[in-house]
Design a protein around this ligand. Structure first.
Ligand code: MSP
Length: 514
């Protein structure tokens, strides 16, 4: 069976989760569910990045030990994922012993092979970015850009990972396979960064400066640089520590655009190569959420709390909104009013109402059981073709990572269902016994389109889709598609529906507005 190893970036455990974190995890969870629906075997990994300077500083500010601090933060992340139905197969925290053990094994191996060597480093160091800066980054007036925060001059004994020897190989990799980066235009950004000679990567920090990290196995005075530690989460999480390296599948890494160059696009493939592992299958690079076109940042008060939004509008409405609104790979502007409008319109009014109307009419006219439809008439044939066509387009677009457009196509099937009910007017058909066949056809077709749509959209709105499927008298669980998908459902006739209830009930303030 085709396997997929899907990962998210591991979030820094130095503050509460925000909209950017939530989007990425919802996105990856959706891709994982979708791949399972396609019949693929999926391993979905997520986690927290718990070492490094930022965490050490935040812990000190909070008056806690770093471990105590990240334990506290991890509760908020895990709570958010539970609420948003983000359900990875494994959630790795880099302070876990399985990870520390793996990082030390890797360090020892690369040191023994001569891929890690000792050296001296002198330069200007940004505390905030946890990196040494180059002269190129200096501004014309001699100062450093504000984003780097405090910059200090340092000379240190350190260990270096030999990046330079992989440069030609790496350039060729991206020149020949730009499609391993999505969106493909971003491959050019990496190639641009590869135009200058690659310096070797400093992968250690003296304990005197940074205590909160994984100790080097060959030098007790040094700890591992946080990015070198963090990237290796993908190896620990693949199960290497449990003797499962044979199952290693090159991963699809979902990351934000800020961590592509240099970490994932340059360091990571070189690390994999040095370890004798194949390069990732893809870097899926998403854009940034902004608000009123500005960066989300605590200092400007421009934060969006995904937990509050999920509580107010429901986790599925939040999931639907972020995936429908953002073109994967590009930036998008967050607007609460637009979330509310999509919930009320596309989710409640279009999808929810289709089930509510058709379901209650089946209760009224067909004793709560899906009716036996006659041979489809011309209206039904055309309707089915529209729905199956929309499903096919949804699938093509999902495969092309165009989730926002894919959802638009899927909604065409929902809209076709509502239009079909409007134009066939079952409440009129029910008045004339001669039209009983048409009545049955209308309601059976409505149930069928709902079944098809809910099974697909479960990857985006799992809780509601599962509830909807139960109302259709099906088990809530979604199975992999049949070989001949998409096919019009058969054998529905006679199936009793569950209790019909609104999938997206009115919110409190919508009730009061009437
Ligand atoms: N710890 C590193 C990642 C290590 S992966 C081996 C890190 N953490 S982070 O918490 O700063 O960011 C986690 C993810 O959230 C990254 O993929 C980042 O791009 C993403 N986002 C952070 N802010 C974002 C937005 N405003 N919008 C969308 N995603 C953003 O980087």
């Amino acid at each position: 069976m085709d396997s997929l190893y899907l990962t998210t970036a591991i979030d820094y455990a130095n503050a509460q989760p925000h909209l950017g974190h939530a989007y990425e995890k919802v996105l990856t969870d959706t891709l994982a569910r979708y791949a399972r629906r396609q019949g693929r075997k999926v391993r979905f990994l997520s986690g927290l990045d718990e070492h490094g300077q930022k965490v050490q500083q935040s812990a000190a500010k909070a008056g806690k030990s770093p471990q105590e601090f990240v334990d506290g933060i991890s509760v908020h992340f895990l709570d958010l994922w539970r609420g948003l139905r983000v359900e990875p197969d494994d959630y790795l925290r880099t302070t876990e012993s399985r990870h520390k053990k793996l990082v030390q094994e890797v360090l020892a191996l690369l040191y023994a092979k001569g891929d890690i060597v000792k050296g001296t480093f002198h330069g200007f160091y940004s505390v905030r970015a946890e990196q040494f800066l180059t002269e190129k980054e200096r501004q014309s007036d001699g100062s450093w850009p504000e984003i780097f925060g405090e910059v200090v001059e340092l000379t240190e004994e350190n260990y270096f990972f030999k990046l330079s020897k992989h440069q030609d190989w790496l350039r060729e990799l991206y020149q020949k396979n730009p499609e391993i980066i999505f969106p493909e235009f971003r491959a050019k950004e990496i190639l641009g960064a590869l135009e200058k000679p690659l310096p070797d990567l400093c992968i250690s920090r003296p304990k005197t400066r940074l205590a909160w990290g994984i100790p080097l196995p060959f030098d007790e005075n040094q700890v591992t640089y946080v990015w070198f530690d963090a990237l290796l989460n993908y190896v620990t999480g693949a199960g290497k520590g449990e003797g499962k390296l044979a199952e290693w599948v090159p991963a699809v890494h979902v990351i934000g655009k800020d961590i592509m160059v240099p970490a994932h696009g340059i360091y990571w493939p070189c690390m994999l190569r040095a370890l004798g592992l194949p390069v990732f299958q893809k870097l899926l690079v998403h854009g940034f959420w902004t608000r009123k076109s500005e960066k989300l940042s605590k200092s400007t008060g421009n934060v969006v709390d995904p937990k509050l939004l999920a509580e107010k509008y429901g986790a599925d409405s939040f999931r639907y909104y972020v995936l429908r609104e953002m073109a994967l790979g590009h930036d998008a502007d967050f607007e609460e009013a637009s979330l509310a409008a999509r919930r009320k319109g596309e989710l409640a009014h279009e999808l929810g109402n289709l089930l509510q109307r058709a379901g209650s009419m089946i209760g009224r006219y067909c004793e709560g059981k899906i009716p036996d439809a006659p041979t489809p008439d011309a209206v039904s044939v055309a309707f089915r073709a529209t729905v199956l066509g929309a499903l096919k387009k949804w699938d093509d677009l999902m495969r092309a990572n165009q989730i926002h457009l894919a959802l638009g196509e899927l909604w065409k099937a929902v809209q076709a269902g509502n239009q079909m009910i409007e134009s066939r007017a079952p409440w009129k058909l029910a008045k004339d016994p001669a039209l009983a066949g048409e009545l049955r056809a209308t309601l059976a077709d409505a149930m069928a389109v709902l079944e098809l749509v809910l099974q697909e959209v479960e990857c985006v709105i799992p809780t509601t889709a599962q509830a909807g499927l139960r109302q259709l008298g099906l088990e809530g669980r979604v199975e992999a598609r049949a070989e001949d998908w998409p096919q019009w459902p058969s054998g529905q006739a006679g199936r009793p529906l569950g209790k019909i209830e609104p999938l997206f009930p009115l919110l409190e303030d919508e009730k009061t507005k009437g």
